[in-house]
Write a protein that binds this ligand. Sequence first.
Ligand SMILES: N[C@@H](CCC(=O)N[C@@H](CSCO)C(=O)NCC(=O)O)C(=O)O
Ligand SMILES: [Zn+2]
Ligand SMILES: [Zn+2]
Length: 191
Amino acid sequence: MSPSIHPLIDNGVTKGDPNFPGGTLQCRCPSNQVVVALKSNIAHNHACGCSKCWKPAGALFSIVGVIPRDNLSVEANASKLKVVDPSAVIQRNACGDCGVHMFGRIEQAHPFHGLDFVHAELSPQKGWQEPQFAGFVSSIIEQGYNPEGMDAVRAKFQVNGLNTYDALSPPLMDLIATFTAKKAGVKFANL
Ligand SMILES: N[C@@H](CCC(=O)N[C@@H](CSCO)C(=O)NCC(=O)O)C(=O)O
Ligand SMILES: [Zn+2]
Ligand SMILES: [Zn+2]
């Protein structure tokens, strides 16, 4: 049987609307939901196998994308938000009642500073950017996934048109390396 990666991957990836204007995210409480407004589409949406990103029950992977922090505002029940792990680079603000992560924010100097991490599946609107790749794939082993099943996991992503990486995608890794090089004062040259 093929592994259950995430409902948005298992049933085939649905393309988003390239002109999607944004929408809202809601937590999963039956009442008094935390509501977050997003003023644009997300970017770099990806499946993440790391141990820290929120996943729906039964899923091996999270689906998470980024949005400029200025495009995100909490519209209702902000008082329910709690930072899951204050020592993490990404400060994941979760609903203290239902546990879903509403947004992750980076407050320190970091290549992704200014971008918030969000889960579009918490939105009632359709058209968000579809997942573009799978990152931190090998990290699922750290959470107890049998290493013998990894070929099947990677194959399932490939069948759905998603490349797999054990960190992030090449454009994001290039951003991280550029930030690190600039901080060190490296001068770029066409060697
Ligand atoms: N093996 C570790 C990896 C954790 C990790 O580095 N996660 C990345 C990706 S999260 C979304 O893409 C990261 O940037 N983490 C920073 C943070 O979580 O604060 C594990 O599985 O835990
Ligand atoms: Zn909630
Ligand atoms: Zn992650």
